[in-house]
Design a protein around this ligand. Sequence first.
Ligand SMILES: Nc1ncnc2c1ncn2[C@@H]1O[C@H](COP(=O)(O)OP(=O)(O)OP(=O)(O)O)[C@@H](O)[C@H]1O
Ligand SMILES: [Mg+2]
Length: 343
Amino acid sequence: MEDPELRRSIVALGMVGDVALDGSDVRVEIKLTVAGCPLKAEIQRRVGDAVGAVSGVERVNVVMDAMSDQERLALRSGLEGGVGHASPFAEEGSGTRVIAVASGKGGVGKSSLTANLAVALTRTGASVGLLDADVYGYSIPRMMGVSRRAVMVEDLMMPVDAHGVRLMSVGFMTSDDNPVIWRGPMLHKALTSFVSDVFWDDPDYLLVDLPPGTGDVPLSIAQLLPKASMLVVTTPQLAAQRVARRAAAMAERVDIPVAGVVENMSWFVAPDTGARYEVFSGGGGEQLAGELGVPLLGRVPLEPDVALAGDAGVPVVARSPDSEAATALLGIAESLTAVIRPA
Ligand SMILES: Nc1ncnc2c1ncn2[C@@H]1O[C@H](COP(=O)(O)OP(=O)(O)OP(=O)(O)O)[C@@H](O)[C@H]1O
Ligand SMILES: [Mg+2]
């Protein structure tokens, strides 16, 4: 059995303590990395199920305990990364393809697309990380249905697993009543920490949800993730030329190539009549892609389900995979794998 967050065998991690047999009764001691581990019940249940499935075992008693400082240090030293380490994604041998999701304007659906594309990419069998770089206006925790804090193993942060995606967000560090007020250098430090001090474990893809606008965050991200490609999100009615100029200016400033464009909120299908409305005329996605000289990877309809799913913490590709929006999103994930620059 694997630890849900470390994704290593719990035996190899030194989490299994004494195992005692008494006839067909088994008593297993599990040592958690931290006593208050939020995954305690989950681990207890999984161990109970795994041991209970062994033939001849009738009763399983899983005793939950915590590691000693020494045991935790031993576990920690077996995991790469942590404070003082350079960005693992900047290394020559890194096999991770990094995709930063940006737009020239706020509220166009960057976070919704990032969350859905991350889940969609896991469907191809890939391992996927999602870095929420929207430090002030983070929305990934809610969209992915996570309301708990991240676990630390010594100086190393464990990404939170949701819908098969490994997530890191400021939302896992603070409570809502404590808004983050980080400026310039602190902001860069926080993002550095999110890249280097997190046990990302070499995912196949790392998606980055950028904040709206062209402030300091994209610059930091570009430094920390030099192999990134940018995905630009737009809506049909946005004046393509203006958005293109802004997106291109940002891409140039931070030296990240644009891999493609996604148009969101493209059309609406009336649920009662089935009539299809191109709500905003304009073809903004196609124009923008043309201006930037990159492919339009797809168009996503405006669908109440997308917003509802986001509010419910289950992205629409997981909640209603057969919906028109989910179908479009799954298709975009597919196209994305083809245009993203190899790691
Ligand atoms: N295709 C869609 N259909 C319906 N609602 C959508 C769709 N895409 C996004 N939304 C909704 O629009 C709102 C804005 O989306 P989202 O937060 O993803 O945008 P954003 O670009 O990340 O915003 P910000 O710039 O503030 O970070 C959310 O309420 C979301 O649920
Ligand atoms: Mg957002």
